[in-house]
Design a protein around this ligand. Structure first.
Ligand code: NAP
Length: 448
């Protein structure tokens, strides 16, 4: 018996799931095909992690080692639902695992959020990470910018906006991104968190990094540091919170005023409205909140405005529905029991599994995807009796199908070619790599 398994999504979640299944104790052989809608692998590590975070980008090395073993077949530039459907998968495989992540911005329902100049962080991240499906240019015309949210994505966005672009040059940022950032007139980036400094979601390392930006002053406001009992308890009981308190405390003592750019951290600021008109954003309006003693906040009724010409909401990612697969619209995930997809009556859907952010929502670091995959795979292995019965499980049949449909898929060798090409592009400029951005170019380089 050989399990023919399709995995949709070649980010960390999909690659870890494949790796874990291959190493898992089992009584049958396995043959895995990994489908990815982009012409290149690695998902959010390539297209979500900020370019100036080489340590996290380094996870690519581990993912690449898994793929280079050669026991997983790869079909890039193949979109599930268009190039290959659920019926196709049932015809060729015994089961499918969706590892499609969460790449859209969660919505923020306040007036003015759709004004020109108001953006989702995920879109901006996709631009600066050279995602092929986003416009090449980004309007960086604002001198003052608001970033809403207190997670690591908010800090990424604030850092990339405030950083002098020359300091990004050693990274793999695409040429159009460097040029775009160079033209930015930004002087002030304001980050707004709706709760207090001890209730943030970002992590100490990422916070500390902001204080090391060249020619950028960190501005924090004394009014935000009148801690309540819950905040004091958080500092005592949680090492990360303690470090965050220390870092912010140091910044409160720092001399400021000499830098040409400023990064402000505002806490207790609940978003109320983006002000402006069809010509763009003019201000960000928020309500000052106060601690409720339990780690939450309540409104004070005090309304404030900060003049800004752009707003970026970084309040979390959201998953996208997949054709033919149940979807929980409220949480943006495939409803599931430990990775087994569930239908609307909470019954297990045979043969359909989920792992990663599309399974548990867009929280947690990349490493967490491993334990997630283990849980999903252990069910897949035990569920043998309920797998699909494919009419054409042989490995050539699916290749014939893609060829007949004229799908220009990329494979492992193609990804190696693209990788070598990007490294060669960077060489004359002394850079580790320059990313190829347009999809057509990626496919042209990847396919012989
Ligand atoms: P996140 O960590 O969940 O943070 C979301 C932030 O948005 C929170 O501060 C949240 O406040 C706020 N928020 C949510 N709804 C809001 C609303 N309606 N109004 C105002 N604020 C609102 O999400 P993320 O930043 O997208 O990050 C996703 C995951 O990726 C996280 O696990 C993160 O650590 C990880 N990541 C890591 C790195 C890295 O460099 N290590 C980089 C990027 C992402 P509340 O807490 O009050 O809900």
């Amino acid at each position: 018996m050989k399990l023919r398994l399709a995995i949709v999504g070649a980010g960390p979640a999909g690659v870890y799931a494949a790796d874990i299944l291959l190493k898992h104790e089992r009584s049958f052989d396995v043959s895995i095909d990994l489908f990815e809608q982009l012409p290149a692998p690695y998902g959010l590590v390539r297209y979500g992690v900020a370019p100036d975070h080489p340590r996290i980008k380094g996870i690519i090395t581990a993912l690449r080692e898994v793929l280079d073993r050669g026991d997983i077949r790869i079909f890039g530039n193949v979109l599930y639902g268009r190039d290959i459907t659920l019926d196709d998968l049932k015809h060729h495989y015994h089961a499918v695992i969706f590892a499609t992540g969460a790449v859209r911005d969660a919505s923020l329902d306040i007036p003015g959020i759709d004004l020109p100049g108001s953006y989702g962080a995920a879109e901006f991240v996709s631009w600066y990470d050279g995602h092929p499906d986003f416009p090449r240019t980004w309007p960086l015309e604002a001198e003052s910018v608001a970033v809403v949210g207190n997670g690591n994505v908010a800090l990424d966005v604030a850092r990339i906006l405030a950083k002098h672009p020359e300091d990004l040059l050693p990274t793999e940022i695409p040429a159009n991104v460097y040029e775009g950032l160079q033209a930015s007139p930004v002087t002030d980036v304001h980050v707004f968190g709706r709760r207090g400094p001890m209730q943030v979601k970002f992590t100490p390392l990422e916070l500390r990094e902001l204080g090391e930006l060249r020619d950028v002053d960190m501005i924090v406001y004394d009014e935000d540091f009148d801690y309540d009992e819950a905040s004091r308890r958080a500092i005592e009981s949680n090492k990360q919170v303690l470090v965050i308190d220390r870092v912010l405390g140091q910044w409160r003592q720092r001399e400021v005023g000499a830098a040409s750019r400023r990064l402000h951290l505002h806490f207790y600021a609940k978003p109320l409205e983006v002000l402006g008109d069809e010509n763009g954003v003019t201000a960000f309006r928020y309500e000052r909140t106060e601690p409720d003693g339990e780690g939450g906040v309540r409104g004070t009724g005090e309304i404030r405005e900060v003049p800004v010409q752009a707003v970026y909401r970084a309040i979390g990612y959201f998953g996208s529905p997949l054709p033919g697969i149940p979807f929980d619209k409220k949480h943006g995930v495939i409803p599931n029991h430990e990775g087994q997809a569930l239908d609307k009556d909470n019954n297990i859907v045979p043969g359909v599994y989920a792992t990663g952010w599309i399974k548990r929502g867009p929280v947690g670091l990349i490493g967490h995807t491993k334990s997630d995959a283990m849980e999903t795979i252990s069910h897949l292995v035990k569920d043998q009796a309920s797998w699909w019965s494919p009419a054409e499980p042989d490995e050539d049949a699916v290749v014939r199908l893609l060829d007949e449909r004229g799908v220009e898929y990329t494979d492992l060798e193609g990804w190696h070619r693209l990788d070598a090409h990007e490294i060669a592009l960077g060489e004359p400029e002394g850079r580790a790599r320059i990313k190829v951005v347009p999809r057509d170019d990626m496919v042209r380089v990847s396919r012989p």
